[in-house]
Ligand binder design. Structure first.
Ligand SMILES: [Ca+2]
Ligand SMILES: [Ca+2]
Length: 502
């Protein structure tokens, strides 16, 4: 390369994509005139970032499927055992009031990964997948945006609902068995959907997909790429079937299991629309679980699955802590929604109540306050703009969430906006720090005061003393309420039909 060309190449390097330098000439100067444009673009970006290597933070993005607040650090169940996730919380900010944007896998993850609310995309239920939704197919995903900005992007396990996405990862390690393996016959819940079962199975951790997910992630942490990295690690448990090897069950003897609270009369003040919306065909009815005398066993199984997955999350966190990236990596641990295990006399997600809408979220990393608990209502939709902000990527105006950076620096910072969760068109929940307000498509409403009613037992929506609270909340309902996107199968509730509820 001639000196003159070298000078121009350096100039282009400083200017990012070679702003005042013809792209073709730059490629020719670099001897890359003939290679494909995608490769060339990637090369240009990497050149552009060469000066910054070592300064750009990395991202460890840990998703845990269907994890509710049954973690030691969240205190959602007195027997929950999660020392590794608890330790992460001690090193970062735990969000006590983080809400998913949809209480079901596909739309929750699509919202988080696109930065679009379900009411904007029209993706409310399990179908279609991200790239099959006309409103999302061209949307740059969170990991894709990191790729486009010079990051090496890795993913494994359940990041998107189906696992991967063709445009989001340089390397995707596979689903590695997904919800499996399965015993020859169901163990505990003989009827219903094939995934709805629980019990001690298989014998060894090595046969669990989450074991393999962890191994793959540990290998990536040893790779030392030239670029900063984004590593998405998606765990399958505690999603049903709630199977884990026997040793994890032994930690929670069946005769010592504490059941979560539930009240027979709880539905008396709930609109019929809400009852119909939340009693789908996919999950067992509470009475079925009681008739089989399986409530304690199911609770034991969920606790076992949480302890199991926590152990493997710990392996990845420990490996990161021992790596060269320990002080230069943001860690984001999240779940796609919560999960009922008998609370509100129901099972699964698919409700707009606290057990389904509220989801664990812990963020740690450079300059993040350690050991803080943030009560502000935030959403998983805020994760994309937060990471863009923390990592210094160009701002993306099309993202509908807000950067959580102010709360990571001061967990008591002002935060006016309540968090929105949506289940089907025009069914919305808004969670402020104190209240949960729910507005259903038929006009019926619920309001709960968490200062006095953490289990959402008393619906205050018809109490005139709270009309002002409701009026304030309603200002935050979305202005756009898109129809279901083409290819939607609806839900499985009596209100919506779904031929394939999982
Ligand atoms: Ca899920
Ligand atoms: Ca009630």
């Amino acid at each position: 390369m001639h000196d003159n060309e070298t000078k121009h190449a350096e100039s282009a390097t400083r200017l990012g994509n070679g702003a005042n330098w013809s792209r073709r000439r730059f490629l020719q100067a670099m001897g890359l005139g003939a290679i494909g444009s995608a490769t060339a673009s990637s090369f240009l970006r990497n050149i552009a970032l060469a000066d910054e290597n070592g300064e750009k933070p990395n991202v460890l993005f840990i998703a845990i499927d269907d994890l509710n607040d049954w973690l030691g650090c969240y205190g959602g169940h007195p027997q929950a055992y999660s020392p590794n996730i608890d330790k992460l919380a001690e090193n970062g900010v735990l969000f006590e009031n983080a809400q998913c944007q949809a209480p079901i896998c596909t739309p929750s993850r699509a919202s988080l990964l696109s930065g679009r609310y379900p009411s904007t995309s029209g993706l409310y239920f399990l179908h279609p997948n991200y790239r099959d939704a006309s409103t999302l197919e061209d949307m740059t995903t969170l990991p894709q945006y990191f790729m486009e900005n010079g990051y090496r992007s890795y993913g494994v396990g359940k990041i998107f609902h189906t696992g991967s996405d063709p445009h989001s990862f340089h390397e995707y390690g596979g689903t590695l068995g997904g919800f499996g393996p399965y015993p020859e016959e169901k163990i505990s819940f003989p009827t219903g959907h094939p995934l709805w079962d629980w019990g001690a199975f298989p014998d060894n951790d090595e046969d669990m997909p989450d074991y393999k997910v962890t191994e793959w992630a540990l290998d990536k942490l040893k790779e030392e790429p030239d670029e900063p990295f984004f590593l998405g690690v998606g765990y399958w448990r505690p999603h049903v079937p709630m199977y884990a090897p026997p040793k994890w069950f032994d930690m929670f003897p069946l005769d010592e299991i504490v059941l979560p609270p539930a009240w027979e009369e709880d539905f008396e003040d709930i609109p019929q629309y809400a009852v119909d919306l939340t009693h789908g065909a996919a999950a067992p009815r509470h009475q079925e679980v009681l008739d089989l005398n399986e409530w304690e066993h199911a609770v034991q199984s969920y606790l076992a699955c949480v302890a199991f997955v926590d152990y493997y999350v710990g392996k990845v966190l420990d490996a990161l802590a021992a790596s060269p990236y320990a002080d230069n990596t943001y860690i984001m641990l999240w779940s796609d929604h919560g999960f009922h295990l008998g609370e509100k006399l129901r099972w699964g997600k698919r409700s707009l109540w606290e057990e389904s809408a509220r989801s664990p979220l812990i963020i740690a990393g450079p300059d993040v306050v350690k050991g803080a608990r943030c009560k502000r209502p935030v959403g998983m939709i805020d994760l994309y703009p937060t990471l863009v902000d923390l990592c210094g990527l160009p701002e993306r105006e099309e993202l509908e969430g807000n950067s959580l950076r102010p709360l990571l620096e001061d967990p008591n910072a002002e935060w006016e906006q309540p968090a929105l969760t949506t289940f089907g068109p025009n069914n919305h929940s808004l969670r402020s720090e104190r209240f949960r307000y729910i507005s259903y498509a038929d006009g019926s409403e619920e309001l709960y005061d968490h200062d006095n009613d953490t289990h959402e037992r008393t619906n205050l929506a018809s109490n005139p003393d709270y009309r002002d609270v409701i009026d304030d909340m309603r200002q935050w309902l979305p202005e756009i309420n898109r129809e279901e996107v083409e290819g939607s199968g609806g839900s499985d509730s009596p209100i919506f039909e779904d031929p394939n509820p999982y």
